[in-house]
Design a protein around this ligand. Sequence first.
Ligand code: DQA
Length: 147
Amino acid sequence: MSHKVLILNGPNLNLLGLREPEIYGSQTLNDVEDLCKKTATDLDMDIDFRQSNHEGTLVDWIQEARVSFDAIIINPAAYTHTSVAILDALQAVEKPVIEVHLSNIHKREEFRHTSYVSKTAQGVICGLGPQGYELAMLALSRLLSSQ
Ligand code: DQA
């Protein structure tokens, strides 16, 4: 049976491709979704790829994973560095979480070096662009198959 993975993207990631391309690259969020869909086919994984600019919507979606998904991949964007609500929701779900960032947050401003989400993530991938999503899916596929 294929594993169900929820892939969540936080605020401003809808502007990918237009927004600071020197940091985030020229690929759009649709391109990232296409890459994830192709990877899902290769891994026999069932994915749901979503983006929201709203913290509460992300919390609602994370809660949905309690019953409807096997794992979560999340790029919480700016909420990474501020949101206790997203951390609490991820902890309540009790499913594996992989945190992804397109840019290397540790190479950037000091305020980006802290991640609330990392306190609960099984793994963190940053600085590898859209490939980070692909690697997170591969890691989850192996993890879920070994459970
Ligand atoms: C980001 C890094 C965050 O610091 C930033 O607020 C984002 C995107 C990334 O993917 O590199 O919006 O999560």
